[in-house]
Design a protein around this ligand. Structure first.
Ligand code: NAG
Ligand code: NAG
Ligand code: NAG
Ligand code: NAG
Ligand code: NAG
Length: 368
């Protein structure tokens, strides 16, 4: 027999389920020149133990000028210090997503799928009273592409999220070493949903499983994390999507890559030229990587506020593929704004608006 307390909980649960708020605000705060940022991490208490796991560096070094406890507090917060940093640094709108590795760090498919629903519902509930300033990217279990597609649809159509963010490959298997990459044919059902919904998927790096970490950076453990490891592993995944023909099969699919493109645009000439040599070997890719960077791939400046590099990217891929973002709370929001304040010497007012908001408004469909 159900106790009264349990019954109350069940009823409350049903009410919460039925009244999950739709968070996409058609009335986002559009001040006309405020920034939009979209690689901004947050997590829930159930996943906070993941933070800093797999890094050699103590967590304090992940949070420049701050402490381990502050970093975790910033990740758990939406309405306090995060909102205050936004107000103080001219940010109109922030898309929030679950901190690396989030669901991609859960090897058990059932646990991963349940946790993804928990994270998504919690995010929707948390930002529901401030949708003028916050939007959400869905977290997805990528163990089963059909279920990932269904959860993406639910979060976009029912919760109002503006897309998804995946933290690189999905780990799976009893020792975590079965790595699932979304460039395989079984993910076509997922890319079909991404195309039908017309929402972007952000490809964010993850701290690697222990076995990769020791093979790749065991000789020089300082290289773990953002200095080297992240771009090295995530760029394989991005280039896998290109070379395995995902964007030929799904020409409308949109992905976003942070940190000024995980170094790929610096090398596009050589990548294209070398991959031409794989045509006789049957490479599925129909076009070349440069061309997907004109049609399917966008990038953000998250944590990579380097003016000469950005100018090079403007020449190579075009400013219409580049969006401002911070990478809060691993990178300080005032640091990003201080960098933007230096840009009027190299960008026109129109170009600055393109970087800090106009491309994002289009890619995220904020005014749709
Ligand atoms: C939303 O709710 C949170 C938690 O109650 C609160 O701290 C915050 O101020 C609210 N935000 C707005 C814009 O009302
Ligand atoms: C994925 O989940 C669906 C149920 O939504 C199931 O029918 C299908 O067999 C699963 N696919 C794989 C590869 O396990
Ligand atoms: C697999 O990952 C889980 C959680 O990420 C961790 O607790 C466990 O120790 C890992 N197993 C191995 C064999 O590394
Ligand atoms: C998303 O789900 C809704 C039902 O919740 C359905 O009507 C719609 O067709 C689905 N969208 C796509 C693109 O499959
Ligand atoms: C890449 O593709 C574009 C457009 O299809 C083409 O103009 C360019 O020459 C190609 N680059 C190489 C190195 O093949």
């Amino acid at each position: 027999m159900l106790s009264l307390a349990t019954l109350r909980l069940v009823i409350l649960g049903v009410c919460v389920m039925n009244s999950l708020p739709k968070v996409l605000s058609k009335e986002w705060r559009n001040s006309g020149n405020g920034r939009i940022v979209l690689e901004e991490a947050w997590t829930i208490p159930e996943l906070i133990h993941q933070i800093g796991h797999g890094f050699f560096l103590p967590l304090v070094d992940l949070a420049p000028g701050g402490t381990n406890a502050e970093l975790k507090a910033n990740l758990l917060d939406i309405h306090n210090q995060r909102r205050q940093f936004m107000d103080e640094n001219n940010i109109d709108f922030m898309v929030v997503s679950c901190a690396n590795p989030c669901i991609q760090g859960l090897s058990d498919p059932v646990e991963a799928e349940n946790m993804a629903v928990t994270v998504n519902n919690r995010l929707a509930e948390t930002i529901a009273n401030d949708t003028e300033r916050f939007g959400g990217f869905a977290s997805l279990s990528m163990h089963n592409a059909t279920n990932a597609a269904l959860e993406l649809n639910r979060t976009v159509t029912e919760l109002g999220f503006v897309g998804a963010l995946v933290n690189d490959y999905q780990q799976s298997g009893p020792d975590n070493t079965t790595l699932l990459y979304y460039d395989q044919p079984e993910y076509d059902v997922f890319w079909q949903m991404v195309s039908d919904l017309d929402v972007p998927v952000y490809f964010h790096p993850r701290s690697n499983i222990a076995q990769i970490g020791s093979l790749m950076t065991g000789h020089a453990r300082w290289l773990k994390g953002p200095a080297q490891e992240f771009a090295a592993t995530l760029s394989n995944h991005i280039l896998g999507l290109c070379t395995n023909g995902v964007f030929d099969r799904f020409p409308k699919a949109k992905i976003i890559v942070g940190h000024l493109g995980e170094r790929i645009p610096s090398d596009l000439g050589r990548i294209d030229e070398q991959l031409l040599r794989q045509i006789p070997n049957g490479i599925p890719m129909k076009l070349n990587v440069s061309s997907y960077w004109q049609t399917n791939i966008w990038e953000t400046t998250s944590g990579n506020f380097q003016t000469p590099l950005m100018k090079f990217h403007m020449d190579t891929i075009g400013l219409n593929r580049i969006m401002y973002s911070v990478d809060y709370p691993y990178v300080a929001i005032p640091e990003g704004e201080a960098w933007l304040q230096t840009l009027p010497s190299v960008l026109s007012a129109e170009e600055l608006n393109s970087l800090t908001r106009n491309v994002a408004i289009e890619v995220l469909g904020l005014n749709k």
